[in-house]
Design a protein around this ligand. Structure first.
Ligand SMILES: [Zn+2]
Ligand SMILES: [Zn+2]
Length: 247
C-alpha cells in the first residue's frame, strides 16, 4: 500500500502547493482522501490514474477539500469515458453541495448521461463503514463549513491511516490517530492557532498523547511554511506535493 501526497497546500496556494488530496494505491483498487479543486492537476502531474480510484472520502465541505469532484466528474465522462462505479463518502448533504458546485461551475453538468454509477454516502460519527475493503471511521471535529466536519480513520489490510481534516485542536483527534501507522495533521499556523485551524504548538504539545507511529504535517500556511525547519521531532515529517510513502 502506498500513500501519495497529491496536494499538501492550504486553500490559498501558500508555497505554490496544490489543495488537499491524498491518494492511496492498493492491489485491490485505489482510493482518495479529499479532492481539492486542483486534484486532477496533481494526479496528472504524478501519473496517477483517476479511473483506478473507486472511492473518494471527503472530510468536510470546503472547496479546497471537495471542489475537485466537479472536474473529476467531467474528466471521467468526457476524457476517459469511465465505466467503473465511483462512491463518494462525505458529510451530510454532500450530494446537494456537490450538485450546487457543479451547476455553478458547469451549468447542466449534473444532467449529463454518465456511463458510470456515481453514489454519494454520508458519514455517521464514530460508526465504522466499509467501502471496497477500506473501513472508515469518522470523528467529529470543529471547523465550520456548512456541514459537520470530520477527522477520518482508515483501516485497510493491517494498516491504519488517519487524517485530521481541517480543525482547531479537539481531543477527538486522539481517538482518530490512536495507533495509526500515519496520522496526517493539518498545521496551518506555527505558534498561534488561526481561525478554526491548528498550529505546530498544538500538535507538539499533544505529540505524546497522539499515539501514532508517524505524524505528517500538512495544509501549512505562510507562517508555518516559513518556520517548518524548526520541527525536529523524529516522529514528525512534513508533507510535500508528490511525496510518496510505503505503508
Ligand atoms: Zn482546507
Ligand atoms: Zn476547511
Amino acid at each position: 500500500m502506498r500513500l501519495t501526497v497529491v496536494g499538501s497546500g492550504d486553500a490559498f496556494g501558500s508555497g505554490g502547493r496544490l489543495q488537499t488530496s491524498y491518494h492511496v494505491s492498493r492491489a485491490a483498487g485505489d482510493f482518495l482522501i479529499d479532492c481539492g479543486a486542483t486534484t486532477l492537476i496533481g494526479m496528472q502531474k504524478l501519473g496517477l490514474d483517476p479511473d483506478r480510484v473507486d472511492t473518494i472520502f471527503i472530510t468536510h465541505l470546503h472547496g479546497d477539500h471537495f471542489a475537485g469532484l466537479v472536474w473529476w466528474l467531467l474528466h471521467a465522462h468526457y476524457v476517459t469515458g469511465r465505466t467503473g462505479p465511483l462512491t463518494i463518502v462525505g458529510p451530510a448533504g454532500i450530494a446537494q453541495r456537490f450538485a450546487a458546485a457543479a451547476e455553478a461551475l458547469f451549468p447542466n453538468s449534473t444532467q449529463i448521461d454518465r456511463r458510470f454509477e456515481m453514489t454519494f454516502r454520508e458519514h455517521v460519527a464514530e460508526v465504522p463503514a466499509t467501502f471496497g475493503g477500506v473501513t472508515v471511521t469518522p470523528f467529529e471535529v470543529e471547523h465550520p463549513s456548512g456541514a459537520t466536519p470530520y477527522a477520518l480513520r482508515f483501516e485497510c489490510a493491517d494498516k491504519v491511516i488517519a487524517f485530521s481534516g481541517d480543525t482547531r485542536w479537539v481531543d477527538s483527534l486522539l481517538a482518530a490517530a490512536n495507533g495509526a501507522d500515519l496520522f496526517i495533521a493539518e498545521c496551518f499556523g506555527y505558534l498561534a492557532p488561526t481561525g478554526h485551524h491548528m498550529c505546530w504548538r498544538d500538535i507538539e504539545t499533544n505529540l505524546d498523547r497522539l499515539a501514532a507511529k508517524r505524524i505528517m504535517l500538512t495544509h501549512m500556511g505562510p507562517d508555518m511554511l516559513a518556520n517548518r525547519a524548526q520541527v525536529h521531532d523524529p516522529r514528525v515529517l512534513l508533507a510535500e506535493d508528490g511525496l510518496s510513502l510505503a505503508l
